[in-house]
Write a protein that binds this ligand. Structure first.
Ligand code: FES
Length: 576
């Protein structure tokens, strides 16, 4: 049964006669746009996160031009517009705080303008969820085009991965195994080309989520940014979005519950970033798709990690593309009953149509479900008296010997306390302890920074120890690794039990049993709770104030409470 088509929004601006139409067309014509472009053809907004302050997206002007070629070829009318960009490496306190702000920018920019369909140019970590979330609340025909990863890093003959080797090299410097000159020499060797982090960090994970959700074209995840085929992909997306507008295929027609389940399983198979958990929970809630934190465990449990990419493995995104890329992973999942094959793809047809012919060219990079790279992919969702609303751990990045562990808590009240004391020779800590970091959640920092994989104390590193159990209410970079419990909810600054932990308390982690337990009596916890005072400084104005007042906890995706859901894209009232 064919569905009733939505009226074309842009006609409400460009199709009018009289004074209103004059206003809308005349000023646009100062850009040299000929009259025939206003004849009712689909207007495609190209939402661009280009910025020189977001180096991962610095090539996006070229991508936007390629999208325009495709749109014009199909008889559409492309109009590029900027939104706030989020450069992961420079922005403070953390880009996560601004994800929701950008989503508002995107949503309002789309709804307020004569746009019939949207291309989202996404790349650096938070730009992907921010644009998806904003577009979801408008629910027009939409395609996301990722910018692609950088070329492989190489240093002294070896592959080095974005982020992953920063943590490694920093530990080596602190352990006295690398000098500062070598450390600085590695900088230029890591970031050799345009593009996003080339490990399976958050950017590559979210690009893979885009592809597995069906909202991006096949191979969106892995084509290197510097590869000419990335430009071809942008060009083809420009062609397809016009067709999607003609067929009235909205974002909510593509990103369904089945698509979300495909994405969660894909995240397990690629050993993807823990950040995807928060972003997909937030996206689902914009679209009205039922999705819970526990779904991440449910749909990751039976999925092994089948890609050998840093931080869990040894290869990088360039290798992943040459090995066949994400379509090979999706095909593997599909052949083992782990994919909803009939979920839609913006490429046209189903997700299975987009991957069923994929070939693998390097089994050292992409393994199989029957002979996986690591038996346990996915995300473990932990519960217990330390995390009543849940916490997560990424098994593929953790140490097997620490997956069941009982240790003495060493508490850092906030990130400044951690930095001041972690290398103090007098710090009472050994490798069996559990490092606890408070006040780094959504409200507490504010913005939930990626500090959960806090570096080990120098004196422990010098013993040759490389991992300890660490617990916090913060996040972890997708390029990081370790036995790290993250996203503990409720967070300490919101009165969660994490805020009640004291030095010397015993903590039990049992990943197999999905248990995170603070071995302190309920009576004692009640006593501590009665004496608890919030220690995070109040934010008295501006966006930080709005954010802290309204941000949801990690198990609900850290969206602002008033942004959850969709308003669609009704045409706003005329103002002239
Ligand atoms: Fe931009 Fe990693 S810092 S993708």
């Amino acid at each position: 049964m064919s569905k009733k088509k939505s009226p074309r929004r842009s006609a409400e601006w460009f199709g009018k006669s009289g004074k209103d139409g004059f206003h809308h067309r005349s000023w646009m014509k100062n850009q040299g746009l000929p009259h025939h472009l206003f004849d009712g053809r689909p207007v495609i907004g190209i939402c661009n996160t280009w910025s020189e302050l977001t180096p991962c997206n610095a090539h996006f002007r070229v991508l936007a031009e390629r999208v325009k070629r495709g749109v014009y070829e199909m008889g559409g009318f492309p109009l590029e517009f900027p939104v706030m960009s989020l450069g992961e490496t420079l922005m403070r306190p953390t880009t996560m705080m601004f994800r929701n702000l950008v989503s508002m920018d995107v949503e309002e920019s789309i709804r307020a303008n004569p746009i019939d369909g949207v291309i989202l140019l996404v790349g650096c970590d938070k730009t992907t969820p921010a644009l998806l979330m904003g577009a979801a609340s408008c629910d027009l025909p939409t395609i996301a085009v990722s910018g692609g990863p950088m070329l492989n890093g190489r240093f002294r003959g070896e592959k080095i991965g974005s982020g992953t080797h920063v943590w490694k090299f920093e530990s080596m410097v602190r352990a006295g195994e690398m000098d500062m000159q070598e450390f600085m020499d590695a900088e230029a060797c890591m970031s050799r080309s345009v593009g996003s982090c080339m490990t399976m960090g958050t950017a590559s994970t979210m690009a893979s989520m885009v592809e597995s959700l069906g909202i991006g074209l096949p191979s969106n995840a892995a084509i290197p940014a510097a590869d000419s085929r990335r430009n071809v992909l942008a060009h083809m997306a420009g062609r397809r979005i016009v067709e999607l507008v003609e067929a009235d295929v909205k974002m909510s027609d593509v990103i369904t519950r089945d698509a979300m389940e495909n994405a969660m399983r894909t995240n397990g198979a690629i050993g993807g970033s823990t950040n995807a958990v928060i972003h997909l929970l937030a996206l689902a809630r914009r679209l009205g798709v039922e999705l819970s934190l526990d779904d991440w465990d449910r749909f990751g449990k039976d999925v092994p990690c089948i890609v050998n990419l840093m931080p869990s493995g040894e290869h990088l995104m360039e290798d992943f593309y040459y090995a066949g890329g994400l379509p090979v992973v999706l095909r593997e999942l599909g052949e083992h009953g782990l994919l909803h094959k009939d979920a839609s793809s913006v490429a046209g047809g189903t997700i299975w149509d987009a991957c069923s012919n994929a070939e693998c060219f390097n089994r050292d990079v992409i393994y199989t479900v029957d002979k996986p790279f690591k038996p346990q992919g996915g995300i473990a969702v932990l519960h217990g008296n330390l995390a009543p609303s849940g916490a997560i751990l990424k098994p593929s990045a953790a140490s097997a010997e620490l997956m069941q562990h009982r240790g003495r808590a060493v508490v850092f009240e906030d990130i400044d306390d951690y930095k001041a004391r972690v290398d103090d020779p007098e710090l009472d800590i050994d490798a069996s302890c559990v490092m606890v970091l408070k006040n780094c959640g959504p409200k507490g920092y504010p913005g939930m920074p990626e500090v959960g994989n806090m570096g080990l104390p120098a004196k422990i590193l010098r013993e040759g120890v490389t991992d300890m159990v660490r617990i916090s209410d913060s996040r972890m970079s997708g390029t990081a690794y370790g036995t790290v419990v993250l996203h503990t909810a409720p967070e300490s600054a919101a009165g969660g039990p994490l805020g009640l932990v004291e030095n010397g308390d015993m903590i039990e982690l049992d990943v197999e049993a999905r248990r995170l337990h603070l071995d302190v009596s309920d009576t004692e916890l009640a006593r501590r709770r009665a004496a608890w005072q919030p220690s995070a400084p109040p934010q008295d104005r501006g966006y930080a104030h709005l954010y802290v007042e309204h941000v949801n906890q990690a198990d609900a995706g850290c969206d602002l409470d008033f942004l959850v859901g969709s308003s669609g894209a009704p045409v706003p009232r005329e103002s002239h």
